[in-house]
Design a binder for this molecule. Structure first.
Ligand SMILES: *[C@@H]1O[C@H](CO)[C@@H](O)[C@H](O)[C@H]1NC(C)=O
Length: 456
């Protein structure tokens, strides 16, 4: 819902000794196995908060300023969370100090790779899928892959927010594929990559299955979705969560709520104990409360956990204690929580009246972006660049399935097994958006009023 409109570990013998005497060892890296996350051999549940102080209008990077991150990490520790999601960072800045402070507090980062100016636009997905965009995305991957407490990357957020915009799904899937391929070819560790879906019932399931079908190179590593359906007083059944657990029961990759919480002030957080219960743990891996700071101006929008007072201080709102208490009272299930280790990938859903995607072809990666697999992406442009959305389409056509597999040769050799895009322009074309973009514009306004939205 966020409008993203919306040490070096060169440890010498001495510092290694100092580190071993420190109270906390480094956090274990989190991996995906079956439909769950794992921190080492322990099942990992996301117990988190969505974090972007300043919100959309002032897209500032909270991890580039130690005054800001230190202020907030003190609050995170009080809450007892283990993850924050950040929607926009400045990839030209250094994040060592804040990432270490998060790690010292036992906190992982779930990071969106998009920024207001460097993102896929739902009204012109083909034009905004280009090498200038991917360069900045890959630079963000370069900047954050080195931190063990980087949990995952979101390739996109709420791009699909109604039926017409489901035609952006191939671009979401292509960007996911490209990030995975970049990670593989740069010889980085296997960082999970996936999408954060909007809270819409029309095509949530189709989107989930579409992103988890086909060849492994094109499939997501997880599916996050935003869910505001539980508003107390409510229940597992009344909220529709029970039905969603049933519908997604055979989903083969981890699922979690990338945003949740009733969008009203003075929340009770009755859903928290259910989210971490054994009713949901076989299918879900926790979630992130929306959101840390109060960003709205009206009484109806004041549902954050804290209010920003100054750069150095915040005041805790009633939601803060309510969420902290609920979270501390919600122990995670013992053992593996009933996870499933070897469910098959999804069947591709096919076109329907609610999911407007023909076939399973994806746009081939632009050749200039493919060159980054071998050479690296170089410096990120941060939040001040001129933007990528109007650069224009550079995809040469439809990719061959499997072409996004990585060779893992990094900078040393040839970059790809790909035979992607060799003149096959079928299947994918820029959708006729003249009418739909008007619809989209309205949706943007509406969802902004509701306190959030999009990549714009
Ligand atoms: C999950 O798989 C089982 C066994 O194949 C099947 O009976 C059930 O209908 C499936 N559930 C859903 C929601 O697809």
């Amino acid at each position: 819902m966020k409008t993203a409109t919306s040490l070096a570990l060169a440890i010498s013998a001495t510092t290694a000794l100092a580190t071993s005497l420190a109270p906390r060892a480094t956090l274990p890296r989190v991996t995906v196995r079956g439909n769950a996350f794992w921190a080492g051999s322990e099942r990992f549940y996301i117990r988190g908060v969505d974090y972007q102080p300043g919100g959309a209008s002032d897209a500032a990077d909270p991890l580039a300023d130690t005054t800001v991150c230190t202020r907030d990490i003190a609050e995170f520790k009080k809450l007892g969370i283990n993850t924050v999601r950040i929607y926009t960072i400045d990839n030209s800045k250094n994040h060592d100090a804040c990432m270490k402070a998060l790690a010292d507090a036992g906190i992982y980062l779930a990071l969106d790779v998009n920024t207001p100016k460097y993102s896929i636009r739902r009204d012109k997905p083909a034009q905004s899928y280009n090498s200038v965009y991917l360069q900045n995305v890959f630079a963000t991957v370069d900047e954050f892959q080195k931190y063990d407490n980087l949990l995952l990357f979101f390739s996109g957020n709420e791009l699909i927010n109604n039926i017409p915009t489901s035609n952006t799904a191939p671009y979401i899937k292509a960007v996911t594929r490209d990030i995975k391929q970049y990670i593989g070819n740069r010889n980085y560790r296997k960082i999970p990559v996936g999408y954060s879906a909007a809270d819409i019932d029309d095509n949530r399931l189709e989107t989930a299955h579409y992103l988890n079908c086909g060849t492994d190179d094109e499939r997501s590593d997880f599916f996050g979705f935003n869910d505001y359906s539980w508003c107390d007083p409510s229940s597992y059944k009344e909220s529709s969560w029970e039905q969603k657990v049933k519908d997604l029961g055979n989903y083969s990759i981890p699922i979690f709520l990338s945003e949740y919480g009733c969008i009203k002030p003075d929340r009770k957080f009755g859903e928290v104990s259910t989210l971490y219960s054994s009713q949901m743990s076989p299918v879900y891996s926790g979630g992130l409360v929306y959101e840390y700071t109060v960003e709205g101006d009206t009484d109806q929008q004041k549902y954050g956990l804290v209010k920003l007072d100054s750069k150095a201080s915040v005041s805790e709102q009633p939601d803060f204690a309510a969420f902290g208490t609920a979270l501390k009272g919600a122990a995670t299930p013992s053992g593996d929580g009933g996870y499933k280790s070897n469910l098959p990938p999804s069947e591709c859903p096919g076109r329907s009246t609610t999911f407007l995607v023909d076939g399973n072809g994806l746009p081939a990666i632009p050749p200039k972006a493919k060159a980054f697999f071998k050479d690296g992406a170089g410096q990120g442009v941060g939040l001040t660049g001129t933007g990528s959305q109007d650069v224009g389409s550079e995809s040469p056509g439809t990719a061959t399935q499997g072409s996004g597999a990585s060779t893992g040769t990094g900078s040393a050799g040839s970059a790809s097994t790909g035979s992607d895009g060799e003149g096959a322009a079928s299947g994918l074309r820029a959708p006729a958006f003249s009418v739909a973009s008007v619809v989209c514009g309205l949706v943007v306004v509406v969802s902004s009023v509701l306190g959030g939205a999009i990549i714009l």
